[in-house]
Design a protein around this ligand. Structure first.
Ligand code: IMP
Ligand code: MG
Length: 179
């Protein structure tokens, strides 16, 4: 059954069950890989709030979680867009950081954020993204955990929005191509 968000129509793409099953697998793998490492999960707001919540419920090792908002603006330097985080109060030294993202599209957000995170000298930085659109990737980036590799089509639901709307769905919908 298709749904309407603002002026666009979307069709079902990933069901609640498919999403939850995949998250169980990711959490199992991460819990295994970070056993004894006391990782710090950092959820990127707003998009990852549902994913981070469900993923973290399935994590079985001692760990902590925090959330940040990334803000991008045009820097005065020649480097162009600068991404800074709001709300990161944790001491990252010697922490194994696991970034929890909803989707990596062009990779611009993550590839600009990682260097500023590295400056805080964490023990390691790992990226865990629910969705990845490899065909849209423009910035070099290593993604350690990927929930689903998807085509370069706009999606909403499960935290992902279209102009702020559509985040509330338990499943993920894909934009309906004009026929
Ligand atoms: P990137 O910097 O191009 O990788 O894009 C990152 C951000 O763009 C994501 O965190 C999302 O907020 C947003 N985004 C990219 N593709 C989609 C989509 O298909 N649906 C909703 N948001 C998206
Ligand atoms: Mg986002």
């Amino acid at each position: 059954m298709s749904i309407q968000v603002l002026d666009k129509t979307f069709v079902p793409y990933l069901s609640e069950q498919e999403i939850q099953n995949r998250i169980n697998q990711l959490a199992l793998q991460i819990s295994k890989d970070f056993e004894g490492k006391n990782p710090l999960f950092i959820g990127i707001l707003n998009g990852s709030f549902m994913f981070a919540s469900d993923l973290y419920k399935d994590i079985s090792i001692p760990s902590t979680i925090s959330f940040i908002k990334l803000v991008s603006y045009k820097g005065t330097s020649s480097s162009g867009t600068v991404i800074t985080s709001i709300g990161l109060e944790e001491d990252l030294s010697d922490r194994h950081v696991i970034i929890v993202e909803d989707i990596v599209d062009t990779g611009k957000t993550m590839s600009s954020f990682i260097p500023s995170l590295q400056k805080l000298q964490p023990a390691s930085v790992t990226i865990c993204t629910l969705l990845h659109k490899p065909d849209a990737l423009q910035f070099p980036l290593t993604l350690d955990y990927i929930g689903f590799v998807i085509p370069d089509k706009f999606v909403v639901g499960y935290g992902l929005d279209y102009d702020g709307y559509g985040r509330n769905f338990r499943e993920i919908f894909q934009i309906k191509q004009p026929s």
